[in-house]
Design a protein around this ligand. Structure first.
Ligand SMILES: NC(=O)c1ccc[n+]([C@@H]2O[C@H](COP(=O)([O-])OP(=O)(O)OC[C@H]3O[C@@H](n4cnc5c(N)ncnc54)[C@H](OP(=O)(O)O)[C@@H]3O)[C@@H](O)[C@H]2O)c1
Length: 337
């Protein structure tokens, strides 16, 4: 029997810790269950989801359903985005077969290994115009942005939308999607990313090192997509219309509570105001397939494109996580296998 044929390389997490806790190992290749396919991963991308689960932080999330487990990692092979080729279809799968090029979002990770099992509900054909690297930059970040802009913000033509954290993984997609849905878009980012955010179609860009979108606010916004920083809902309300919506995606990270504290305090506070704060939570969405297909259509129509900051080889995956964790990558950080 050829043992190497059933083994694969993967970065495995045995205990919570820094990127050094990710160990490159030979492990058993997983087998697809009913409704799953086995994907030969060609590229994955790194995002806050990975290091939250790698560190088990914020600690408060360990008490939340679906969050990192209390005592040690429940997910040993991280990586929430994959782009690659179907190696094997599990029982009952008719949508995909070996050789199909796909991209998607395995809900329990797997992208940090050479092969990952992905439910077909979390997968779609890879957009033909994208390379594996580009495709791997899309699912979780663009899926979150789609949920925030289309579903939770209900952004439509003529609305005024502010994207705070416009240069990040989610923000770069949120700016483009809000433009694609016909909004007037203001992006908030740091000085070095102003040109990038403008190139994504933002009508106005606020450099948060020079200007404060709350203090210097002009005409109010119908929707704020809140990805970064520590502004309270009370502050954001000052620049929202009377029935405006603040879509809470994330915020500055901390060890104990943040960004969960920023997000949930906003939602609680908005119970008593005409302006609302709502959460955009992509993990666990039942609509991943439909959303990926919509993103593919927007990508193929040239309305949305992934922005990639850096591409790392597989062996340097911990360095990619370390870099992403610094929180200043303009666009996505991708790893190729
Ligand atoms: N709810 C969900 O389903 C979901 C899904 C994905 C992500 N998230 C959360 O959403 C947040 C963003 O994720 P991401 O993948 O976009 O992260 P990211 O790629 O690391 O981007 C963060 C961005 O925030 C910018 N930033 C930092 N401080 C800022 C400030 N004070 N004002 C404006 N921009 C600021 C950074 O740009 P500069 O360096 O230029 O400051 C960076 O571009 C994270 O908290 C993440 O955990 C939630």
């Amino acid at each position: 029997m050829n043992l190497t044929a059933t083994k694969m390389k993967a970065f495995v997490l045995h205990a919570y810790g820094s990127p050094d806790a990710l160990e490159l190992r030979q492990v058993d290749r997983p087998s697809p269950g009913p409704g799953e396919v086995l994907v030969r991963v060609r590229a994955t991308s790194v995002q806050p989801w990975d290091w939250h689960y790698m560190r088990g932080e914020p600690y408060i999330a360990r008490l939340m359903p679906g969050g990192p487990a209390l005592r040690g990692p429940a997910i040993s092979i991280l990586g929430a985005d994959v782009a690659g080729e179907v190696a094997e279809a599990g029982p009952g799968v008719t949508e995909f077969g070996p050789g199909d090029l796909v991209y998607g979002m395995p809900p329990n990770g797997g992208g940090f290994g050479e092969y990952a099992c992905v439910p077909v509900s979390e997968l779609a054909p890879k957009p033909a115009s994208l390379s594996f690297e580009e495709a791997a930059a899309v699912p979780l970040a663009a899926g979150t942005a789609l949920l925030a802009v289309r579903d939770r913000g209900r952004v439509g033509p003529g609305q005024r939308v502010l994207v705070n954290g416009a240069s990040g993984g989610v923000g770069t997609f949120a700016v483009q999607l809000a433009k694609a849905y016909g909004a007037h878009v203001t992006g908030v980012c740091s000085t070095g990313n102003v040109d990038l955010v403008r190139s994504l179609g933002a009508d106005e860009v606020i450099d948060y090192r020079e200007q404060d979108f709350v203090r210097d606010g002009g005409e109010p916004y119908d929707v704020i997509v809140y990805n970064a920083g520590r502004r309270s809902f009370g502050e954001c309300r000052k620049v929202l219309t009377r029935k405006g919506v603040c879509v809470m995606v994330g915020g500055a990270a901390g060890r104990w509570v943040q960004p969960a504290g920023i997000v949930f305090t906003a939602v609680l506070r908005s119970l008593f105001t005409s302006q609302k704060a709502v959460v955009a939570e992509v993990v666990g969405s039942k609509e991943t397939r439909r959303n990926l297909l919509e993103l593919s259509a927007l990508i193929e129509a040239g309305r949305v494109r992934p922005v990639i900051d850096r591409v790392y080889p597989f062996e340097e995956l911990p360095a990619a996580v370390r870099y992403q964790e610094e929180g200043h990558a303009p666009g996505k950080v991708v790893v190729t296998l």
